[in-house]
Design a binder for this molecule. Structure first.
Ligand SMILES: Cc1cc2nc3c(=O)[nH]c(=O)nc-3n(C[C@H](O)[C@H](O)[C@H](O)COP(=O)(O)OP(=O)(O)OC[C@H]3O[C@@H](n4cnc5c(N)ncnc54)[C@H](O)[C@@H]3O)c2cc1C
Ligand code: HEM
Length: 408
C-alpha cells in the first residue's frame, strides 16, 4: 500500500507530467532503445515514428497514476493492454527496465523540478502499477498455454493456402506445423504474427484479427497490403503479400483480445466495418450464424468500391441461409461495373436510422480506419445508443474516439 503522502505527490504531479508527456516519453524511448536494443524486436517501429505508441503509453501511465488509490477502477483498461502485452510476449522482467528508463526520462526532462521526493513517489507508484499489469498478464499467459490446443509464446504455422479476397486484401489459411489441435477463440480476437524479414535487422510483430469462425482446423487472417504512396511501405503487410507463399511458416502467439461478440447475449448484433476492419466482423457474423442461428444480425460494410471489397461472396452466402441476417454494402466511390451495393458515399446517421434495429436494444460492434470509427461512434451517440452496448477495436494503439483530432 502506498502512503498518503506518496499518493498526494503523485496526484499533484500527474498534470505536470501530462504537460511534458511527449518530451518525457520521447526521451524514455530514446533511453530504452539505446540501452536495450533487443526491445526493438517487439515494439512497432512505424508506431514509434508516428508517435502513436508514445501517446498510448504515456496516457496509460498517467491514467493509472491518477487512479493510484483505486486501481481497480482501471482494470478493464489494464486488461485490454495486457491482452496486447501477452500477445506480444511482454514479460515481468521487462517492467523494471521500463520503470528505470521512465524515471530517468522524468528526471532528464523536469531537471531540478523533479525532487528526490517526487522521483521516489513515482518509483513506488510505478511499482504498484507494474504489479497490477504483471498479475493480470500472468493469468493470461497461464490461460493461453493451458487451454485445449493452447501454447506458450510463438508457435509455427504453415501457410496452407493464400487467397486473394480483393485488390488489396489477401487471406492466409494457417495450420500448425506440429499437426496438433489449435485453441478455440472468441470471434473478434486477434493473433500476433512474428516475422523475420530478409534484410531487416529486427523481427517485427503485428496483430491480425482472425477472420473465420472458431472451431476449424485452421486459423485465417486477412491482410491489407499497406503500400505507402507518400510514406514508406508497410513492412509486414507488404512482405506477407509479396514474399510469403503457400508452404511458408509464420509464427503466431495464441489468440488474444477483449473485443469479441458476446455469444451469451441474445440481443440483436450490429456489425459495422470500414475497409479491412471487416475481418473481426466476418468472424462474428459466421459465429453468430453457426452458434446463435436465431440471433438477429445487421452486417454493414463500407468499402471504396467493388474492387477493394473483400469477402463479399462469403458474407452474402452466409447471410442467404438465414432470414434474420441483413447485410448492407456502402461504396464510397463505386465503379461503373459495380453492382450489389446499397448506398453510395459515407455511412451517416440519416442512413443508419433507416437500416438499424433501433426499436430494440442491440449490441454494436465496429472497426475501421480511425476517422471512420470517429464518425460511427458519433452517429451511434446521436442515435442514443447506450455506451455499454458500443464496442470497438483499433487496428493500432487505442486512442480517444471522442477527441477532435487523433493520430491516424
Ligand atoms: C488488434 C489489431 C487487429 C488487426 N487486424 C488486422 C487485420 O485483420 N488485417 C489487417 O490487414 N491489419 C490488421 N491490423 C493492422 C496490422 O497489425 C498492421 O498494423 C498492418 O498490417 C500494417 O503493418 P505493416 O508492418 O505493413 O506496416 P508498418 O510498417 O507498421 O506501417 C504502418 C503504416 O505506417 C506507414 N508508415 C511507416 N513508416 C512511416 C513513417 N515514417 N511516417 C509515416 N508513415 C509511416 C506505412 O505506410 C503504413 O501505412 C490489426 C491491428 C491490431 C492492433
Ligand atoms: C506499467 C507499464 C506499462 C504501461 C502502462 C503500458 C501501456 C501500454 C499501452 C497503453 C499500450 C497500447 C495498447 C494498445 O495497443 O491499445 C502498450 C502497448 C505496448 N507495450 Fe506497454 N505498457 C507498459 C509496460 C510495458 C513493458 C514493460 C513493455 C515491454 C518492454 C511494453 C511493451 C509494449 C509493446 C511492445 C506495445 C505495443 C506497441 C506497438 O506495437 O506499437 N509495455 N503498452
Amino acid at each position: 500500500m502506498l502512503q498518503a503522502r506518496t499518493i498526494e505527490i503523485i496526484k499533484s504531479t500527474v498534470p505536470v507530467l501530462e504537460v511534458h508527456g511527449e518530451a518525457i516519453t520521447s526521451r524514455f524511448y530514446q533511453l530504452l532503445f539505446t540501452k536495450h536494443p533487443e526491445l526493438l524486436n517487439i515494439f512497432n517501429h512505424a508506431n514509434q515514428k508516428k508517435g502513436r505508441q508514445q501517446a498510448a503509453l504515456a496516457n496509460a501511465v498517467y491514467a493509472a497514476a491518477a487512479n493510484i488509490d483505486k486501481l481497480e477502477m482501471i482494470i478493464p483498461v489494464v486488461k485490454q493492454i495486457a491482452h496486447k502485452h501477452r500477445s506480444l510476449g511482454v514479460k515481468p522482467e521487462h517492467y523494471p527496465v521500463v520503470g528505470e528508463n521512465l524515471l530517468q526520462a522524468i528526471k532528464d526532462v523536469l531537471g531540478d523540478a523533479a525532487t528526490g521526493e517526487i522521483i521516489n513517489a513515482w518509483a513506488e507508484a510505478y511499482g504498484v502499477i507494474a504489479d497490477a499489469f504483471i498479475g493480470v498478464e500472468r493469468d493470461m499467459y497461464e490461460a493461453a498455454e493451458q487451454q485445449k490446443g493452447g501454447w506458450e509464446g510463438f508457435r509455427a504455422f504453415v501457410v496452407a493456402e493464400k487467397v486473394e479476397e480483393s485488390s488489396v486484401i489477401t487471406s492466409f489459411y494457417l495450420k500448425p506445423q506440429d499437426g496438433g489441435p489449435i485453441a478455440e477463440f472468441n470471434p473478434g480476437q486477434y493473433v500476433s504474427v512474428k516475422m523475420e524479414i530478409p534484410g531487416e535487422t529486427n523481427t517485427h510483430i503485428r496483430q491480425y484479427s482472425l477472420s473465420d469462425s472458431p472451431g476449424k482446423e485452421h486459423y485465417r487472417i486477412s491482410v491489407k497490403k499497406e503500400a505507402g504512396l507518400i510514406s514508406p511501405d508497410g513492412i509486414v503487410s507488404v512482405y506477407l503479400h509479396e514474399g510469403v507463399k503457400a508452404g511458408d511458416v509464420l509464427n503466431l502467439s495464441a489468440p488474444a483480445g477483449d473485443f469479441y461478440l458476446d455469444t451469451e447475449s441474445a440481443k440483436p448484433a450490429v456489425l459495422i466495418s470500414g475497409g479491412v476492419g471487416l475481418t473481426p466482423m466476418v468472424s462474428m457474423l459466421k459465429t453468430a450464424v453457426e452458434k446463435q442461428p436465431e440471433r438477429e444480425v445487421t452486417f454493414i460494410h463500407a468499402a471504396i468500391n467493388g474492387q477493394t471489397h473483400a469477402l463479399k461472396d462469403e458474407v452474402k452466402k452466409v447471410a442467404e441461409v438465414a432470414e434474420n441476417i441483413s447485410t448492407y454494402f456502402v461504396y464510397e466511390k463505386p465503379l461503373e461495373e459495380d453492382f450489389g451495393y446499397d448506398q453510395t458515399g459515407y455511412i451517416d446517421e440519416a442512413w443508419l436510422r433507416k437500416v438499424l434495429p433501433l426499436n430494440k436494444e442491440a449490441e454494436y460492434y465496429f472497426c475501421g480506419p480511425v476517422p471512420f470509427m470517429q464518425a460511427i461512434n458519433h452517429a451511434l451517440q446521436e442515435l442514443n445508443i447506450k455506451k455499454e452496448n458500443i464496442h470497438f477495436e483499433f487496428f493500432g494503439p487505442a486512442s480517444d474516439l471522442e477527441k477532435e483530432k487523433v493520430n491516424a
